[in-house]
Design a protein around this ligand. Structure first.
Ligand SMILES: Cc1ncc(C[n+]2csc(CCOP(=O)(O)OP(=O)(O)O)c2C)c(N)n1
Length: 381
């Protein structure tokens, strides 16, 4: 059995001090350790946790993902498209449910856990108590090359650690649901919104654009080292923003989301709200469609987004029906900081021959990481 607290300290000495995941009983002691030390972000699913880790890595932390193997399927999209393609490594611990005498639901997943990691091109080892320090050194070496590494963790690997505290929700007394402007009769395109938004963004801000046309349009309006254009990993943009905003409370983090994206991982709203980062503006461009893949409808027109974000715990929500209103919201948030959600109904329509970012994902990620290494913009006391 590995001494969990000593192992946690070994991780810390190697700089791994940011954890996210979804619990598994085989990993509960390492999870308890990281909750006790205040380093754990409880995600709504394993894919969101992977994206939170990616954001933390951009913010110069060394992230750890703790998950059950039954959640590997939830995490394949970010593990491949985000950790893999953008080279935003994490150190993973995945339990090995599905051994002899385990519950029937793990029967198929157990034998395919290692093959799934292999298929994704992720290096891995089974963690044992023989020489965990040497195993950790090998993992860290791979991490330092910009590649993720997973430990497969069988039952009974870690010594017991009791849960000392639960993570306190930072929700302060919220006033009643604010009046939300009605949907405007005339909608403008995302491009018109982006032009106005860009003019309102404070210097030094980070703009994280969701998958598809949003990133492509933002790029076409002027590339910037503070931009990241998500490709793949649909739905992960606000979790990426959360990880980064928690790692870098001194920076203004602006998340540009889409309705198809947010519907795919709506649980992330509750997690963002619970952790309530110091400075994250979450803008939802809602065209009620998967425009980037041909304009097929989403079910977004059935959702009252400001009410949904509010119900899931966002402390400030609003709607901006015009470019001027979006600029006003952004300028007000530049001053107030905090976590804010802005619903921006838009019309479909992109310029003909919309280009794609010429900068490749790993270069964009490395560029953003370097951009964030400059001195803090906002003094955090
Ligand atoms: C996991 C996953 N499923 C599907 C896709 C394909 N895909 C890329 S963009 C997109 C549409 C996203 O819709 P929305 O977020 O509303 O943005 P819009 O295209 O309308 O700008 C889809 C389905 C993907 N990239 N990843």
């Amino acid at each position: 059995m590995i001494d969990t607290i000593r192992f946690g300290e070994l991780l810390r000495r190697r700089g791994f001090n940011f954890y996210s995941g979804v619990p598994c009983s085989f990993l509960k002691d390492l999870i308890n350790y990281s909750i006790n030390t205040g380093d754990y972000v409880m995600a709504a699913n394993e894919g969101d946790a992977a994206a939170i880790c990616a954001g933390a890595y951009l913010g110069n932390r060394k992230p750890v993902l703790l998950m059950q193997n039954s959640g590997l399927g939830n995490a394949v999209s970010p593990l491949t498209s985000l950790q893999g393609v953008f080279r935003l490594p994490l150190l993973g611990f995945v339990s090995l449910r599905g051994g002899p005498a385990d519950e029937p639901q793990h029967e198929l997943m157990g034998p395919i856990t290692a093959p799934m990691l292999e298929t994704m091109g992720i290096a891995h080892e089974t963690l044992t108590d023989r020489d965990p320090q040497a195993q950790l050194a090998r993992a860290d070496e791979i991490f330092s090359q910009g590649r993720s590494f997973f430990f497969i963790v069988p039952r009974g690997t870690f010594s017991p650690v009791a849960l000392e505290k639960t993570s306190a929700c930072s929700r302060e007394g919220s006033p009643g649901f604010p009046p939300i402007p009605a949907l405007p009769p005339d909608l403008v395109t995302r491009r018109e919104m982006l032009i106005c938004l860009k003019a309102a963004v404070a210097p030094g801000s980070v703009l994280l654009a969701t998958t598809g046309f949003t990133g492509r349009e933002l790029y076409e309006l002027g590339d910037n080292p503070g931009h990241l254009y998500m490709a793949g990993s649909l739905g992960c943009i606000s979790s990426l923003g959360l990880g980064l905003a928690l790692a870098r409370p001194d920076r203004r983090i602006i998340v540009l989301d889409g309705d198809g994206s947010l519907l795919m991982r709506t649980g992330s709203l509750a997690v963002n709200a619970w952790y309530r980062p110091a400075r994250m503006l979450h803008i939802l461009f809602d065209n009620r469609a998967h425009e980037s893949t041909g304009g097929q409808f989403t079910v977004s027109s059935g959702v009252n987004w400001p009410a949904a974000a509010w119900a899931l715990g966002y402390p400030r929500v609003s709607r901006a029906g015009s470019p001027g209103a979006l600029a006003e919201e952004t300028e007000s948030w530049n001053h107030s900081g905090g976590l804010r959600f802005v619903h921006v109904p838009i019309a479909m329509g992109v310029p003909e021959n919309l280009g794609r970012p010429a900068i490749k994902p790993p270069e964009a990620a490395a560029r953003l990481k370097a951009y964030l290494s400059s001195p803090p913009i906002i003094r955090v006391v």
